[in-house]
Design a protein around this ligand. Structure first.
Ligand code: R5P
Length: 284
């Protein structure tokens, strides 16, 4: 099986090249450059029948998406018969419904376009797993729980795992079960139009190390609020982790100041993308 790395996976390239043979994979040479007018150019420099194309579609999202389509077209043109797209962070996945008349369901447009070339699609922790139904082939939502659990196993010790809200409980549960630890979530109660109260449900956090698990950190507001509450309740060390570090300006600093450690996976390259999903990708 050949592995093709788009520019949205260059931050994983060294590790992929080092570990590919362990998973019976071979990294294919690809030329990716830009025409003088700004358009992308890709060229596949190798042969094969099956390929896994790894391309995360973080900012610049549109450029990464176009490259993914061009790679699909080039591979099919070259005679590849079966293509898997691994898109660790899928752009537009949060635009999954029409909120104002006249809008698109953006994630559907992206899924359908990818389906022109790719037979299988793999993403990590997508915003709304139901949207994978828009992809015409096999589409799988992968969990980063194993990698997150391994990263925090020693640091957390006999601690507990929390989700910032009930909707994220399954994520915390998956990590906690791998570590054999207790898990729970923060209950959110609106106490005024501008204030939301957050309380961890049915767990005693005092003196315990806590890991808060979410899918995305954007402004960092959710994590900072949760961490401050845990401090007031006498928690031990506070660690926060998310699959996708979609950090707004200043968010890394804000969250880092409020907690003992902030880490995200490498679906998006950031200064705190300390948890690698490369082995999960190479297993596909
Ligand atoms: C919400 O549905 C998500 O799971 C995250 O909790 C949210 O996107 C985090 O946003 P922020 O970092 O801006 O609080």
């Amino acid at each position: 099986m050949k592995v093709v790395l788009g520019s949205g996976a260059y931050h994983m390239a060294e590790e992929v090249k080092m570990k590919a043979s362990k998973y019976s994979k071979e990294v294919l040479d690809v030329e990716i450059k830009r025409f003088p007018d700004g358009e992308k150019y890709v060229r596949i420099l190798g042969e094969g029948k099956e390929a896994v194309v790894v391309q995360s579609t973080f900012n610049p999202q549109d450029e990464h998406l176009i490259e993914l389509l061009l790679l699909g077209d080039a591979l099919k043109e070259k005679g590849f018969e079966h293509l898997k797209a691994v898109v660790p962070y899928l752009a537009y996945s949060r635009q999954d419904r029409v909120t104002k008349e006249g809008e698109p369901i953006s994630v559907r447009a992206v899924m359908k376009a990818l389906g022109i070339y790719y037979d299988e699609l793999y993403v990590f922790d997508i915003h709304n797993p139901k949207t994978l139904e828009y992809f015409p082939g096999r589409a799988v939502n992968l969990s980063p729980a194993r990698a997150i659990a391994e990263y925090f196993r020693e640091k957390l010790g006999e601690g507990l795992v929390l989700a910032p809200d009930k909707g994220a409980l399954a994520r915390a549960k998956a990590v906690a079960e791998l570590l054999n630890l207790e898990f729970s979530y923060f209950e959110k109660k609106r106490i005024s139009p501008t204030e939301v109260q957050m309380t961890p449900v049915e767990v005693d956090v005092s003196g315990k190390n806590v890991l808060i698990v979410d899918d995305i950190i954007s402004t960092g507001g959710t994590m900072v609020k949760a961490a401050n509450i845990l401090r007031e309740m006498g928690a031990g060390k506070i660690f926060v982790v998310a699959t996708h570090g979609v950090f707004a300006e200043g968010a890394i600093e804000r969250v880092s100041k409020a907690v003992d450690e902030l880490a995200v996976t490498n679906t998006i390259p950031t200064p705190v993308s300390k948890i690698s999903l490369v082995e999960d990708i190479l297993r596909l």
